[in-house]
Write a protein that binds this ligand. Structure first.
Ligand code: PAP
Length: 289
């Protein structure tokens, strides 16, 4: 990996980030969902798409029943068929996503006034999720859990350190709460309906009293639930070819979708060690995980 402006990346990702920095032209009407790796992008993409387009589709014929959530919103830094200008052809308001740290997005992203929705997650769960994913993707380059954990704890991880990633968006969400919404995976799991209502409000499309009476938020949450999405044939079969010809099975984006699975993989002591590191890094910021 290469250290680029305080974050570690694989060379192929750096190339695409540099390309995105040069070519991405944010618009004030854009909404971007952002997250560190394995913090819930797939889920947020689904929720986001479902909330925003809710008047267009009924729940029996919804596009999310036939399209993987990763496909319904493009990544700013991952070109579609090598073509980043594709983003320019999308009509406003665009729904986009990114794994880039805030400081690496083109400067005009913040000044454009576009909305950003960020999702963070307990780093222990994000780490375990990443470790599984990495070893599936990089066959022949298996990394054992302990080595990966030590690297992660030192901030030496894909797009890491995760705490820097979290902090940049957190600070921006404090400074500009009308434009940057900061969500936590664990809160969303605990109270998904409350957070979907909050998301819709933030996006400027609050649920009407009628919609709430009709149970629309509940239906959206059910449609985007781990159980529902992971059971769909579209999400169980097929694959994506990503950057550097990396092949990713669609099903790999769905593993357990739960809070606290880290405890089944790393010891309590390791968990405490990572907690202490992260607490220290976040100290004084007001962000508590
Ligand atoms: P990415 O970083 O490659 O984009 P991302 O979608 O952020 O992946 O993270 C995948 C995690 O979200 C997986 O967590 P796990 O390994 O701990 O299980 C995946 O299971 C979880 N996930 C996917 N869809 C949902 C969902 N609908 N609800 C809750 N969690 C989900």
């Amino acid at each position: 990996m290469i250290l680029y402006k305080n974050y570690w990346f694989r060379p192929s990702i750096i190339e695409s980030i540099l390309r995105a920095q040069n070519s991405f032209k944010p618009r004030p009407e854009d909404t971007i969902i952002a997250a560190y790796l394995k913090c819930g992008t797939t889920w947020l993409k689904a929720l986001f798409f479902a909330v925003t387009n809710r008047s267009q589709y009924d729940f029996d014929h919804h596009p999310l029943l036939f399209r993987h959530p990763q496909e319904v919103l493009p990544f700013i830094e991952v070109p579609i068929q090598g073509n980043l200008t594709y983003l320019e052809t999308l009509p406003s308001p665009r729904l986009l996503s990114t794994h880039m740290p805030l400081s690496l997005l083109p400067k005009s992203t913040v000044s454009s006034g576009c909305r950003i929705v960020y999702m963070c997650r307990d780093p222990k769960d994000a780490f375990v999720s990443w470790w599984y994913f990495y070893n599936k993707v990089h066959i022949g380059y298996h990394i054992d859990l302990k080595t990966a954990f030590n690297m992660f704890s030192e901030g030496f991880s894909d797009h890491g350190p995760c705490w820097g990633h979290y902090l940049e968006y957190w600070r921006e969400s404090i400074a500009r709460s009308d434009k940057v919404l900061f969500l936590k995976y664990e809160d969303m799991i605990l109270e998904p309906i409350k957070h979907v209502i909050r998301l819709a409000l933030f996006l400027g499309a609050p649920f009407s009293i009628r919609e709430e009476e009709d149970g629309v938020p509940e239906q959206l949450v059910r449609l985007c639930s781990f159980e529902k999405l992971s059971s769909l044939p579209e999400n169980q079969t097929g694959r994506f070819t990503m950057l550097a010809n990396t092949v990713i099975e669609k099903s790999w984006y769905f593993r357990k979708g739960m809070v606290g699975d880290w405890a089944n993989h790393i010891s309590m002591e390791m968990g405490r060690k990572l907690d202490c590191i992260v607490e220290e890094k976040l100290k004084g910021s007001g962000l508590v995980l």
